[in-house]
Design a protein around this ligand. Structure first.
Ligand SMILES: *[C@@H]1O[C@H](CO)[C@@H](O)[C@H](O)[C@H]1NC(C)=O
Length: 274
């Protein structure tokens, strides 16, 4: 059975202990998972060590401080939070995992999200990149690959339209072999936030044709991105059926939702194939 390698960047704030405890308890329900937890700190902290000691999930505890010049970049953040830590985890995998011995799937599991445990079995046999819908992303109700005849043909999303792959960190997983066939691929710094996911996928040289839709051809929403406002949860009751017939309705609801929030609608090139 392929291993799931879950990479989680974490940093100190009041919710940290609660967040990583919740994540630990989710991971406990998943077979054959290794947790790479990377602290944004100069030292590994006792707080995180204590949670890991009690967690009963196989883990590797790492730390990688975000350099001050990145942290304090004025105005726009040069490198969105977590990038340095995820790269440290990728370097660890390339150093310690033998790609000939290990079959595995790499997943970037941030600590402020809520994960439906079923998604781990969906991603476990990822050949190249697997993708699925995620709820409450970027102040939209959900983001999702658009699937037609079992193939990803576009994306439903809100946010930066310049991303080649407008997926949330919680919405994709990659086969570990890709990290070895593309040894330089990592999260790259950019003046724009929210492009990190796209940057790693571009580095890994994947195409739309490589995307394997999961969660019943992306008709099931399996994760909730906790970085979205908690109050939005009340808007997340409806389980959209993303058949082509209903995509339009769902998409318009996303737009209406944004309009109510006074956010400007942005459409992707691919997202209006309805
Ligand atoms: C996804 O769609 C394809 C094409 O319509 C179909 O063959 C396949 O069985 C579907 N997969 C699932 C899991 O529903």
């Amino acid at each position: 059975m392929p291993t799931i390698v879950a990479i989680t960047p974490t940093y100190f704030r009041l919710e940290q202990k609660a967040d990583i405890t919740r994540l630990c308890q989710t991971f406990r329900l998943v077979e054959n998972l290794r947790w790479l937890l990377v602290e944004d700190s100069f030292n590994k902290t006792a707080l995180v060590q204590r949670v890991l000691n009690n967690c009963k999930v196989p883990y590797t505890h790492l730390n990688a401080p975000t350099p001050q010049n990145i942290k304090n970049a004025p105005g726009k953040r040069k490198f969105p939070r977590g990038g340095v830590q995820r790269n440290a985890a990728l370097a660890w995998i390339r150093k310690h995992v033998d790609p000939k011995e290990t079959k595995g799937t790499v997943y970037f599991a941030d600590d402020d999200n809520t994960y439906d445990v079923r998604i781990f079995e969906e991603m476990r046999y990822t050949k190249v990149v697997s993708v699925w819908p995620v709820g409450l992303v970027n102040a939209g109700k959900f983001e999702s690959p658009m699937v037609k005849d079992g193939k990803v043909v576009g994306w439903i999303f809100v946010g930066d339209t310049r991303r080649r792959f407008p997926v949330d960190m919680a919405g994709f997983a990659i086969n570990v072999q890709l990290l070895f066939s593309h040894p330089k691929a990592e999260f790259t710094s950019s003046s724009r936030a929210n492009v990190l996911e796209s940057s790693i996928l571009e580095g890994l040289n994947v195409t739309l044709a490589d995307m394997e839709p999961r969660a019943k051809n992306c008709t099931e929403k399996t994760n909730i991105d906790g970085a979205a406002e908690g109050s939005l949860l009340t808007n997340f009751r409806q389980n959209f059926d993303l058949s082509l017939k209903t995509i339009k309705r769902a998409f318009l609801q996303n737009l209406t939702f944004r309009a109510k929030k006074k956010l400007s609608p942005r459409l992707s090139n691919g997202a209006l194939v309805v």
